[in-house]
Design a binder for this molecule. Structure first.
Ligand code: SF4
Length: 428
């Protein structure tokens, strides 16, 4: 059964098509632009998700159809679905942008997920600043009876790990706000909020699912590559005066997507995937097809679509130390690596950046500190920090050697955003 009824936007701008760059799109404008989602059975929608090969855009890149199917089959209890817009990653702004300007696209995806899984309750988990936009959108939908179950908005704590699935469930359930919890071997897909099967899906993914349900798999796959179809919203830092949200066809090289000549980039390094991702040399990052598989083959991840382009003239070791200290403060303090290991690692990096002659064991000691935190937490927070640090020491090895021999650099303006910096605002 085909569910394609409308023509979707042509070209690589999809989610961002028609956004005003300003306020929230009203329900009337939303329907003018996108039409309604055609009626289809849950099975037909799942088949369309499978055929499109839509993956989770929150960082895991797990097949969406498979995830929704697992909730549907999880048991006798009525499921719960959650639109996860926590976006605790400071270098990312795309989920906020969608919830601020195109909340109906996200809510269409959430309502679709509720229908397919048979959910009896839904939540939008989002930072405080976007809650008014979501609430206004929900009021418009309630007035016309659009959604199949009640949808509540829950404020996501401003914390890096707040968007991890167990943290989302714990926060909504009223336990340990913003902190991951030990789930044991039982997945939240089986036993989550209120002991019910729970689907936690990133808001961009839901918006993409809403487009697949409207326009069908062939349309979705008409952009991107055979193995990585569709587009991804990226938050780009270092290309323009401020951070910007850009929609990139998967498989495009970063250089061509951002209009940068790899042979004359003026960059020292490129951070892919944010603070749990990894640093890549510019000539590699700019020529690499932008897909999760290609990023993993280079030891990193595109994660939630963060691209940070570090120019020359900024000390990369100071940037790594600032972020490592921020990440140390974001752990939940309930596992060994977060209690002790990340502080020790951040201390070593601060020495390397600003007091290199005081670093016991020199630069060579730092990968060993990464070993001590990797794979030892109940969640992947310490693993992400270790990857960020380890990859940085590889890409900036020459710079680290200079610090060891000549001392630290002159102070430079902070480049990578951490929440203690003044707000910069994301634009598209
Ligand atoms: S590893 Fe850290 S962030 Fe993750 S659950 Fe343990 S204490 Fe919390």
């Amino acid at each position: 059964m085909s569910i394609t009824r409308h023509a979707g936007p042509v070209g690589p701008t999809r989610l961002l098509a028609g956004l005003s760059g300003g306020g929230r799109t009203s329900l009337a404008s939303h329907f003018d632009q996108w039409g309604r989602i055609p009626d289809a059975t849950p099975g037909a929608i799942l088949d369309a998700l499978d055929a499109s090969d839509l993956r989770g855009h929150g960082g895991a890149w797990f097949p969406v159809g498979t995830k929704w199917r697992s909730i549907r089959k999880a048991g006798l209890r009525t499921p719960v679905v959650v639109a996860n817009g926590a976006e605790g990653e400071p270098a990312s702004g795309k989920d906020r942008l969608l919830l601020m300007q195109a909340p109906h696209l996200v809510l269409d995806g959430l309502a679709l997920a509720a229908r397919v899984t048979g959910a009896g309750q839904a939540f939008v988990f989002a930072p405080a600043e976007v809650v008014p936009s979501v609430r206004d959108a929900l009021a418009e939908r309630a007035a016309v009876g659009l959604d199949p179950c009640p949808i509540e908005v829950m404020v996501a704590p401003d914390r890096f790990v707040a968007g991890q699935e167990t943290a989302v469930v714990a926060t909504i359930a009223g336990r340990s706000p913003g902190l991951p919890t030990f789930q044991g071997i039982t997945s939240i897909r089986v036993k989550g909020i209120g002991g019910r099967p729970t689907l936690v899906q990133n808001v961009e993914t839901l918006a993409q699912a809403a487009l697949v349900a409207r326009f069908g798999p062939p349309w979705y796959r008409s952009v991107g590559t055979e193995g990585a179809p569709g587009t991804v919203l990226t938050t780009v830092t270092g290309r323009w005066d401020g951070p910007r949200i850009v929609e990139v066809p998967l498989g495009t090289t970063v250089g061509s997507a951002l209009g940068i000549d790899p042979s004359a980039s003026g960059l020292q390094g490129v951070l892919l995937g944010g603070y749990g991702g990894g640093w890549v040399r510019p000539e590699v990052a700019l020529t690499m097809p932008f897909t999760e598989e290609e990023a993993r083959a280079r030891g990193t991840s595109i994660g939630a679509g963060v691209i940070a382009l570090l120019p020359t003239g900024i000390c990369p070791l100071a940037e790594i130390a600032r972020v490592a200290r921020y990440m140390e403060g974001q752990g939940a303090g309930q596992c060994g690596p977060c209690v002790n290991g990340l502080d020790t690692l951040a201390n070593a990096l601060e020495h390397l950046a600003w007091r290199p002659h005081g670093l016991r064991g020199g630069v060579a000691a730092i990968p060993g500190l990464c070993d001590l935190v990797e794979g030892r937490g109940a969640c992947r927070h310490p693993d992400g920090v270790a990857r960020f640090v380890r990859s940085g020491l590889e890409v900036f090895a020459d710079h680290a050697a200079l610090h060891a021999s000549r001392g630290s650099c002159a102070p430079s303006v902070p480049f990578l955003p951490v929440p203690t910096d003044p707000p910069r605002g994301f634009v598209r």
